[in-house]
Every structure is written in C-alpha cells, then in structure tokens.
Design a protein around this ligand. Structure first.
Ligand SMILES: Cc1cc2nc3c(=O)[nH]c(=O)nc-3n(C[C@H](O)[C@H](O)[C@H](O)COP(=O)(O)O)c2cc1C
Length: 142
C-alpha cells in the first residue's frame, strides 16, 4: 500500500491550497494520505511513508521558511532516501528561484525527485491546480 505524506507550511494559504489538491489526487490514486502542516508533523508516521509531497512558499530572500518549515524538513530528510519526492510551493516575485537549492539538497540526501520543483505565483490558478493534480499522479505512479 502506498502511503503519501503531504507536509507543508503556508503563511497566507497559497501553498496550502495546492497541498489540498495534491492530497485529494493522491487519495484518488489509491494511496493512504497523511496531510499535515510542518508544525503538526506526526513523527511516528515518518518511517511508514513511501511517497512524499513537500510544500513551502518562498521566504526570506529566496529561502525556505526557517521558523516553521525547516525544523520539520530536517526531521523528515533521513526518510527521503530512495523515495519519490515532489517539491512544491508558491512564490511572490522571485519566479521560484528558491526551489533550485531545495531540489539540490533533496538530491544530495538521496531523494528521488519527481521532476523539477513545482512552483506557482501567489494563489494557485485553476491551471496550476490541474498541474498539481498531474504531478500527484506522476508521484504516485512511481
Ligand atoms: C517574509 C516573507 C518573505 C518572502 N520572500 C519571498 C522571496 O524571497 N521570493 C518570492 O518570490 N516571494 C517571497 N515572498 C512572497 C511569498 O512567497 C508569496 O506571497 C507566497 O504566495 C506565499 O505563499 P503561502 O501563503 O503559501 O505562504 C515572501 C513573503 C514573506 C511574507
């Protein structure tokens, strides 16, 4: 049984909207889904997860959210080795530049990236939500 964690941090709800769409699609693909925020990470679930969808918006100067997201990501990273990982998140003005170092970091710890990190501007438009659903399908097909 595939078990997908959709873990995210979202200050104004933009990345959260995408997390919901990805979680819904993952369920449609037949996976058990654990949907949580970075601050409500259920640590006991981590060893049981087979597929990962991790969402964080652009923070700082093209960085991940240090306060809420990074502590959860650091807890999760040991479990990403050899597993399919979809990265996603919303940005405001930087065209998603923050995603590249995150992709590299994920590769270095042995995560199997499900394509490039998926970025979208502001609140996700319906076209972005549809791409998110497609990304979730691709993730769960691995
Ligand atoms: C403190 C702070 C820092 C930000 N830094 C960036 C940035 O470096 N690059 C960027 O494109 N957007 C930046 N943004 C904009 C957010 O990424 C953008 O508004 C996004 O849609 C928020 O998504 P969320 O509601 O999921 O957190 C920043 C926003 C805040 C509040």
């Amino acid at each position: 049984m595939k078990k997908c964690m959709v873990m995210y941090a979202s200050s104004t709800g933009n990345t959260e909207q995408m997390a919901m769409a990805i979680a819904e699609q993952a369920r449609k693909e037949g996976a058990e889904v654990v949907l949580c925020t970075a601050s409500t990470l259920p640590a006991a679930e981590l060893p049981t997860i087979t597929h990962w969808a991790l969402g964080c918006s652009a923070h700082g100067v093209e960085e991940l959210d240090e306060a809420e997201f990074m502590p959860a990501l650091e807890q999760i990273e040991p479990y990403l080795r050899g597993k399919p990982v979809l990265l996603f998140g919303s940005y405001g003005w930087g065209a998603g530049a923050y995603m590249k170092p995150w992709e590299e970091r994920t590769r270095l710890i042995g995560g199997i990236l499900c394509g490039e990190g998926f970025v979208f501007e502001g609140a996700p438009a319906e076209t972005a939500v549809e791409e998110g659903r497609q990304r979730a399908k691709t993730l769960l097909a691995q």
